[in-house]
Design a protein around this ligand. Structure first.
Ligand SMILES: C[S@@+](CC[C@H](N)C(=O)[O-])C[C@H]1O[C@@H](n2cnc3c(N)ncnc32)[C@H](O)[C@@H]1O
Length: 460
């Protein structure tokens, strides 16, 4: 297919992890930097090799400063299903685009990258020698070359069926690597303040990318916990704030989540976490507050709301209650403990979250959150809906054989009006959506069944 003359072709080498999250990440980042996916590019599914057509190398570089799903990007000079096809495609690549990187004053090296096969040194040398028809005039420098070129060979996805010859071969000029190293440098294992449900670093960065978080944004997490999601947004230059119903979490008090440590230390809190990464200047504040009763003045303040609400598995779903809401039977009994918190049904929680996002996001701002689902009963209709929010992506992460959580990204497309508050109750989505209420019971019943099954099979 001929490309519009304003577009150049780039090759993305994608990481083979969190496959479903990759396309929404790359699309969100491209839309942030002025690029776009064309529909034919959406068919790459599980492959680690994606061809991108975008207007400039600057967009490709910006993309790599943000992505944790892509490993590297290359300017694509040629592509084929066989060496012959690759060579003829390379011969068609405009020489004037190659020359600036091949002239006699330059240094270079050629690397071979294979997916699903290992080549011998001899095979690698053979492939490099076969490229001598390209007008390389510079000197080879293996240690510190000015330009790195790569031959990338794709042997498919099945490790049990590795073909003799690659399905696809690419040749390109390396431009930049992505941000995979953030997964290690921000690892929860080395973090100052953590809790039982601290969000994994890689997923936190993916969420910030799905949320199109950018410099000087204001990002809010209404279920902030230990602030894992704030850290990722602050890393991308956003000012961050959050709320949590749990006083101890907000104030860094109470029991520690680390093994070999009983109580949280004096400076175990969200601010200290940001300080650990040199991001303290992005800390606005965190407050004790119940997400079911937001105490914000009316208005659109947030560029993004990025959050991981409780599912009731490792932390409870709670909301503050009043005397009026306490069932009469409890009230009558003089010895019974008067609860200060009531259970918070999941469907109510998502209903409140979407309404809150519709009211407080700026137009074009994004809500990114996790929705727990019981997979045997899940249908797309269950995903909560709101007239002001458009669904951008919905990606699954499996938790067990019958439960998963879905990363939902929505964008505010319409200003909030009072009548929007309940309009989604009238939609077809509302009934299936109430099915979330029993997620906790289904989760545990499933776990119980699985343990029973495992025990039974181990006795057999
Ligand atoms: C899954 S955890 C969030 C973890 C967080 N992303 C992190 O990295 O630590 C959910 C949090 O929601 C809080 N929570 C539960 N019910 C709440 C409510 N009604 N309002 C605000 N926070 C609530 C819990 O105390 C818990 O800290």
């Amino acid at each position: 297919m001929a490309l519009p003359s304003s577009l150049n072709r780039y090759l993305l080498l994608m990481a083979q992890e969190h496959l479903e999250f990759r396309l929404p990440e790359i699309k969100s980042l491209l839309s942030l930097f002025g690029g776009q996916f064309t529909s034919s590019q959406e068919t790459y599914g599980k492959s680690p090799f994606w061809i991108l057509s975008i207007p400039s190398e600057d967009i490709a570089r910006n993309l790599m400063k943000r992505t944790v799903c892509a490993k590297s990007v290359f300017e694509l000079w040629g592509h084929g299903k066989s060496p012959e096809e690759l060579y003829s495609s390379l011969k068609n690549y405009p020489v004037e685009k190659m020359v600036p990187f091949l002239h006699s004053d330059s240094t270079y090296k050629i690397k071979i990258l294979t997916f699903n096969k290992t080549l011998t040194q001899e095979e690698k040398v053979k492939r490099i020698d076969a490229l001598e028809f390209l007008p390389f005039e510079g000197k080879v420098n293996l240690k510190k070359p000015q330009h790195i070129f790569s031959i990338l060979e794709d042997y498919g996805l099945d490790p049990n069926c590795i073909p003799e010859n690659p399905h696809n071969i690419y040749f390109g000029r390396w431009i930049a690597d992505g941000q995979r190293e953030l997964i290690q440098s921000y690892s929860v294992k080395k973090r100052h303040f953590i809790g039982n449900t601290s969000m994994d670093a890689g997923l936190s960065f993916i969420m910030a990318n799905h949320g199109k978080v950018k410099e000087n944004d204001i990002v809010f997490d209404p279920f902030v916990g230990t602030g894992g999601l704030l850290i990722a947004s602050a890393h991308f230059g956003a000012y961050v704030c959050g709320t949590d119903i749990d006083y101890n979490t907000i104030h860094g008090l109470g029991k520690a989540s680390r093994k070999n440590q009983k109580w949280r230390g004096p400076d175990e809190n969200i601010r200290a976490n940001l300080r650990q990464y040199g991001l303290e200047k992005y800390y606005l504040d965190v407050l004790v507050s119940d997400a079911s009763k937001p105490s914000w003045r009316k208005g659109a303040y947030f560029d993004a709301i990025i959050t991981d609400p409780p599912y009731g598995i490792r932390e409870s779903t709670r909301r503050t209650g009043s005397q009026k809401e306490i069932p009469k039977s409890i009230e009558k009994c003089p010895e019974s403990h008067v609860p200060v918190s009531l259970s918070y049904h999941l469907s109510d929680m998502f209903f409140d979250l979407l309404n809150f996002a519709a009211e407080t996001l700026i137009l074009g701002g994004r809500l990114v959150y996790w929705l727990p689902v019981y997979t045997p009963e899940y249908t797309e209709e269950m995903v909560p809906w709101h007239p002001c929010l458009k669904l951008i992506s919905n990606c699954e992460q499996k938790l067990s054989s019958h439960t998963s959580r879905r990363l939902i990204t929505m964008e505010k497309v319409k200003e909030f009006e009072n009548r929007d508050q309940y309009s989604h109750l009238l939609s077809d989505h509302f009934l299936p959506y109430q099915g979330h209420n029993s997620f906790r019971e289904k989760y545990f019943s499933g776990v119980t069944k699985r343990i029973a099954k495992e025990e039974k099979s181990s006795q057999e």
